[in-house]
Ligand binder design. Structure first.
Ligand code: AMP
Length: 297
């Protein structure tokens, strides 16, 4: 695996691959890699000839009181994992490579970025859109793979990619991969390591209560009552607060008060101590084709 931190070197390396006719797959990450990230790497390897993984803890997507400084960084271990997985290029730029002095450009995706995490983390998706746009311009991948764990992020990136022609709708693809979970159902996340043993145990209530809520809604329970009960049960299970618990249209993320014929998603963000966990699951899955096997656009 070639580890690259300068843009000129990345361009030369990817240019050589492209000249040989190799298809380039791309997996952007913030590092502190776990099995969820490695599943994205394997998917990229399935869909492309060569794989570039980026590790960059992007400061612009963290709010002023968020965990930028505390965010786990373990470059040596990550690099070893990616090397062993057969990744071809690790793109690991420094902050000043990504944001040279005087950097003044921002990207704002309206609509899908506005509710949910966009409402509770103002500016977060502008930071995500900006960095992903830069990363796409740097790597110029044929395909890219993201996790459905960050469902809203995936929707924002797909909208931006289409709006700004970052990928070709005919040949190039953005893949969304289903969430990889711990044995007790908790979605894998670099932030799970913030949890002490008691918190970690309580955290499994999030997927468990979401499944119970989905079961109820699919069997005709009132959406409003089900979401209210979900919030209550999370607080009872040891969560300190719930940022949102919403049933939404899976594509445009507009809140739903009842199931209709379109794919729906239950999306939750809740805090346990100071750690903010997010999760989302399909609702009425039998009616929403393809969700269980990931999505492609
Ligand atoms: P992060 O390093 O947290 O910014 O995530 C990098 C990529 O990995 C994003 O596309 C995430 O959606 C994806 N990802 C994170 N956790 C998981 C998971 N548990 N399962 C699948 N993909 C994930």
């Amino acid at each position: 695996m070639q580890t690259v931190s300068k843009l000129e070197v990345l361009r030369t390396a990817t240019g050589k691959l492209r000249n040989k006719g190799e298809m380039i797959g791309f997996v952007p990450t913030m590092g502190a890699l776990h099995d969820g990230h490695m599943a994205l790497v394997r998917a990229a390897q399935e869909h492309a000839d060569k794989v570039v993984v980026s590790i960059f803890v992007n400061p612009t997507q963290f709010g002023p009181n968020e965990d930028l400084d505390a965010y786990p960084r373990q470059m040596e271990r990550d690099s070893q994992m990616l090397d062993e997985a057969g990744v071809d290029i690790l793109w690991a730029p420094a902050v000043d490579v990504m944001y040279p002095q005087g950097f003044s450009t921002s990207i704002h995706v309206t609509g899908v970025s506005e509710g949910l995490c966009g409402a509770s983390r103002p500016g977060h998706f502008d930071g995500v859109a900006g960095v992903v746009c830069k990363l796409f311009n740097q790597v110029q991948p044929d395909i890219a793979v993201f996790g459905e764990k960050d469902w809203q992020q995936l929707a924002v990136i797909r909208r931006m990619a289409r709006d700004l022609d970052l990928t070709l709708p005919t040949a190039d693809r953005i893949y969304g991969l289903p969430t990889i979970r711990e044995p007790d159902g908790l979605a894998m996340s670099s932030r799970n390591r913030y949890l002490d043993d008691a918190m970690r145990k309580n955290a499994s209530a999030l997927p468990a209560q979401m499944l119970a809520t989905i079961h109820g809604i699919e069997n005709g329970a009132s959406v409003a009552h089900s979401l209210e009960n979900l919030q209550k049960s999370l607080l009872q299970a040891g969560f300190s607060s719930v940022d949102y618990a919403v049933l939404a249209d899976a594509q445009n993320l507009e809140p739903l008060t009842m199931l209709d014929s379109k794919p729906a998603r239950l999306l939750v963000a809740a805090r346990i101590g100071t750690t903010r966990l997010i999760d989302n699951m399909a609702v009425g899955e039998t009616r929403s084709s393809g969700q269980a096997h990931g999505s492609q656009e």
